[in-house]
Design a protein around this ligand. Structure first.
Ligand code: HEC
Length: 126
């Protein structure tokens, strides 16, 4: 029996540690980072021609936010028009998987930590 080269042996021993942890997050396409779910290929083919998919995946918002962005790109960035079914698929995908984040906004400050409201100040004019 040949002796395994040390590097191979070390690697074999370390393999279990290098394996990714069981996926807690949604599975993603290794090339684009898009979450693998209904409609992702439509998004890939329509949304990664001009910029990286990273621009898509790092954003999130309501269906209306995404629609507004699409209309803006169509009006100013030469994004092509989609037929209704394609647009629905894209919006369903984006608003489901890149929707409004829970708790993305901080809680309002408690009243006692708020600055004085300049419109409500009792100005002593005596
Ligand atoms: C025809 C080219 C083109 C296509 C196709 C395209 N975009 Fe864009 N998009 C742009 C340009 C240009 C920008 C501005 C890039 C910049 O600011 O650097 C942009 C910016 C964005 C941004 C960032 C907006 C911001 O507030 O910074 C997002 C998110 C985005 N696109 C999503 C999409 C999605 C989703 C699709 C598919 C429906 C798509 N894009 C398809 C051209 C395109």
């Amino acid at each position: 029996m040949k002796t395994l080269p040390l590097a191979a042996l070390v690697l074999a021993l370390l393999m279990p540690l290098l394996m990714p942890l069981p996926a807690i997050a949604a599975e993603k396409d290794p090339d684009t980072g898009l979450i693998l779910a209904d409609g992702w290929e439509v998004v890939r083919s329509n949304c990664t021609a001009c910029h990286s998919a990273g621009l898509v995946t790092q954003n999130s918002g309501s269906r209306n936010y995404w629609l507004g962005l699409i209309r803006w790109m169509q009006a100013t960035q030469n994004l092509w028009q989609f037929d209704a079914a394609t647009e629905k698929t894209i919006l369903d995908y984006l608003s489901t998987h890149y929707g409004v984040k829970e708790g993305a906004r901080r809680q309002p400050l408690p009243r006692e930590l708020m600055p004085v409201n300049p419109y409500k100040m009792d100005v002593d004019r005596s």
